[in-house]
Design a protein around this ligand. Structure first.
Ligand code: SF4
Length: 364
């Protein structure tokens, strides 16, 4: 770590700076100190030290497309504004030709990554998911297909009676190259029981991801924050991800997901603010010393705050996205997509260098 003399308005940050400067790993107490500190800029400067050591002033962006193939879901998590029951108003499922039309509609754009996730729809057979992957790969052979969270993969395993290994093997053969990081929400049994009791719990999520990484399929990791979780649970979540990454090395990026309460059964809660969003990105950058990239997901925290997050530890603004549904059904006021020019402008005007990447962070 580059020796930089730093002044902090919160003296509790000094020992953390010393630890970072001497290459020592931060622990749970450090995570709590960072979260509790009122020296937001001090926390941000510490995270920025790590960010600049890792990748200088580069800020990554990908031309990507989201395909949320169904919102019918048997889990009906309390925090989810996206899911519907079969037959309910706004319930939808893309059949393969709908999905194909959506992908073909943007064939003129050099999209590098297709992000496919959806609900657990009991009407769909496992062959639907394989056909979806094959179709996407055929239409876009040059793009990486990043599809299905650990929750979906575990559901496919129960649906088919196949092991997680076998499910992932079949998905891979059909075109899957990596998996997104959703479904863990917060790795806490308490929060799991209260907000998503039908979804797999923390231990199973970690197990599935361990298996997936063991098969050579990389994933991202996320944390849904800003609902009923405590700061302690957030820090524990990050440390659980870090411990798994020590074992597998399979996480590519971490994406903090700010909870949007609107249109959910938690609509009485307040949305996260900019301070919490920036601090969460910074704490993640500092604790997750073994996960290469931290993403500021502009759909959730707005493009303007994502721009600021580049100096708080984030090195990636995700991408053009095209048509995001999940956060927008929860009331997000952000656009559903941005052009590469718009994102590059955001990055440049924040003093960073836009680097267009593929799904694995290779510059393109
Ligand atoms: S968060 Fe995912 S698993 Fe839970 S209800 Fe929504 S779509 Fe289903």
């Amino acid at each position: 770590m580059k020796e930089i003399s730093m002044e902090f308005t919160d003296p509790a940050l000094l020992p953390i700076h010393e630890k970072l400067a001497s290459g020592r790993r931060l622990d749970f107490e450090d995570g709590m100190t960072l979260y509790r500190s009122d020296d937001l800029h001090g926390v941000g400067r510490l995270a920025n030290l790590v960010r600049e050591k890792n990748c200088g002033r580069d800020a990554y962006v990908v031309r990507n497309e989201h395909l949320n193939y169904t919102n019918i879901c048997i889990n009906r998590c309390v925090f989810c504004a996206f899911s519907r029951d079969q037959g309910e108003e706004q319930a939808y499922t893309f059949d393969l030709s709908d999905a194909e039309d959506r992908l073909r509609a943007r064939l003129h754009e050099p999209i590098r990554e297709i992000h496919i996730v959806g609900g657990l729809n009991p009407a769909l057979p496992f062959s639907y998911y394989l056909d979806l992957l094959r179709m996407a790969k055929e239409i876009r052979p040059e793009a990486t297909i990043k599809a299905f969270t650990a929750v979906e993969v575990e559901y496919f395993s129960r649906l088919t009676g196949l092991s997680v290994d076998e499910v992932v093997g079949a998905l891979r053969e059909a075109g899957l190259a990596m998996m997104p990081g959703g479904g863990a929400e917060v790795l806490s049994e308490r929060v799991h029981r209260k907000l998503y009791p039908k979804k797999i719990g923390p231990a199973r999520w970690l197990d599935v991801i361990r298996t997936v990484h063991g098969l050579g399929v990389p994933t991202n990791a996320t944390m849904l924050y800003g609902h009923i979780e405590s700061l302690e649970e957030r820090v524990q979540h990050l440390l659980k991800l870090r411990a798994l990454q020590d074992e597998t090395g399979g996480f590519i990026a971490f994406i903090p997901l700010a909870f949007h309460p609107e249109n959910t059964r938690l609509s009485h809660l307040k949305a996260t603010g900019g301070i919490d969003d920036l601090k969460t990105i910074a704490v993640a950058r500092l604790l997750l010393d073994n996960i290469p990239h931290i993403k500021a997901y502009w759909v959730m925290i707005t493009p303007s705050l994502a721009q600021v997050a580049l100096s708080f530890g984030a090195d990636d603004l995700d991408g053009t996205i095209v048509e995001e549904k999940i956060t927008h059904m929860a009331g997000a006021r952000t656009p559903t997509g941005m052009s590469m020019d718009e994102i590059s402008h955001l990055i440049r005007s924040a003093g960073y260098r836009p680097v267009e990447r593929d799904a694995f962070y290779n510059p393109v």
